[in-house]
Design a protein around this ligand. Structure first.
Ligand code: NIG
Ligand code: FE
Length: 389
């Protein structure tokens, strides 16, 4: 029998349901009914239906669980020394990825799985209820396939990123590496992946190589997403738009033509402000994207190199303080925007029918996510209708 749970006494409920108004579908003095794993009803507290159990939240704010659509969580070791060097002037470069590749190859399956589970738990404590996880620190057929097998233990949103960087053993033969990625590596990885991604950037893969990788992935049934325009201007954003990819991520250095392509393609621009914070780089111009009507998502990019935060609240605070997004735009980008970046309509909002993934905040308003940076405001996290312990 399906059980129903009523959350009541919600001071402020951000449903992200357009039927309750844009941008956040906000209800005040509200209640939310969960039946089984799904949201069944939202509305004024005084009109709430009966339920098997009811919890009074005492005026707290409730928002949808965060959808972190970009994370690299299958790895070993860390790069704290590289971070320290960066903070005293050494610039970030794609080459640091190879340090983590060496550590990841040397790690056991159990070590990689334990680190992954630890990071996902850390994310959940900060309100993330859907996370995408990429491979990309194995870069051999065996190591990429095992990264994705391990990632599948925690999420359905797994991404094959064999084209993260050319590994040292192929330094003199990048074309041979692309053949490996699009041949035997893809064959071994496709059964464990939903998405294919490539790092289209100077020092990683050029547009032709990225196009080849994405085409091979599409032929194997994988949907495409792309890392692009992170470290400088480049062709990646327009390639992603031309191919109709679901999302293109970073978007830090954009030309007018890039912004036009994003606006007309519908490809989601995923902004990762934790990267700019952690590499001390200029932030992407979120206002320019929003003004052009581009769909924007926010994600952590959690990885041991360019950004080792698992915190969506931090990304919201940075988006507001450093990128000029309003608190409402930032919350929408971290929830509904992240869902769009994963092609999902069952998460990222709290309309009836959505998966009951939500956060009870230790605050009267969602505004506190940006207003009180660094403060642990996540009191409860519910996923699929159950409170996570
Ligand atoms: O998204 N840009 C490429 N990959 C990661 C960085 C990975 C690393 O430095 O280890 C990113 O920033
Ligand atoms: Fe990334």
């Amino acid at each position: 029998m399906t059980t129903s749970v009523l959350l009541t006494g919600i001071g402020e409920l951000a449903t992200l349901d357009p039927r309750h108004g844009e941008p956040l579908g906000m209800l005040f003095d509200a209640a939310l009914l969960i039946e089984g794993t799904r949201v069944a009803w939202t509305g004024p507290r005084t009109q709430a239906p009966a339920a098997d159990a009811a919890y009074d939240l005492g005026g707290s704010a409730v928002v949808p669980g965060f959808v972190d659509s970009h994370a690299h969580l299958v790895f070993a070791g860390d790069r704290a020394e590289e971070f320290a060097a960066r903070m005293t002037g050494t610039p970030y470069s794609a080459g640091g990825i190879r340090t983590t590749v060496a550590a990841t190859r040397a790690a056991s399956d159990d070590q990689l799985a334990a680190n992954l589970v630890r990071l996902v738990a850390e994310m959940q404590r900060q309100g993330t209820t859907t996370v995408e996880v990429k491979s990309g620190y194995g870069l051999t057929v065996r190591d990429e396939a095992r990264a994705l097998r391990i990632a599948q233990q925690v999420t359905d949103e797994t991404t094959f990123l064999g084209a993260h960087v050319v590994p040292p053993e192929y330094a003199d033969d990048p074309a041979g590496y692309v053949e490996l990625v699009t041949g035997p590596m893809l064959e071994a990885c496709a059964p464990h992946a939903k998405w294919i991604d490539a790092f289209c950037e100077r020092g990683a893969f050029d547009a032709d190589q990225a196009r080849t990788v994405l085409a091979a992935g599409a032929a194997a049934g994988l949907r495409g997403r792309l890392h692009a325009n992170q470290l400088g201007p480049g062709p990646g954003v327009q390639l992603a738009c031309e191919l109709g990819l679901t999302a293109v991520d970073h978007c830090t250095y954009l030309s007018d033509a890039d912004v036009d392509a994003l606006a007309s393609s519908g490809t989601v621009a995923t902004l990762l402000p934790g990267v700019e914070f952690s590499t001390r780089s200029p932030y992407p111009d979120a206002r320019r994207l929003l003004a052009a009507g581009v769909s924007v998502a926010l994600a952590t990019d959690c990885n041991p190199g360019s950004c080792y935060t698992s915190s969506m609240p931090l990304c919201i605070a940075l988006a507001v303080r450093e990128m000029g997004m309003s608190p409402a735009e930032a919350l929408a980008a971290a929830t509904r925007g992240g869902a769009a970046a994963l092609g999902r309509d069952d998460v990222g909002h709290l309309a009836p029918g959505a998966r009951a993934d939500l956060i009870v905040l230790d605050a009267p308003s969602y505004l506190h996510l940006a207003y009180r940076p660094g403060v642990p405001l996540v009191r409860q996290v519910w996923r699929g209708g159950r409170e996570l312990g």
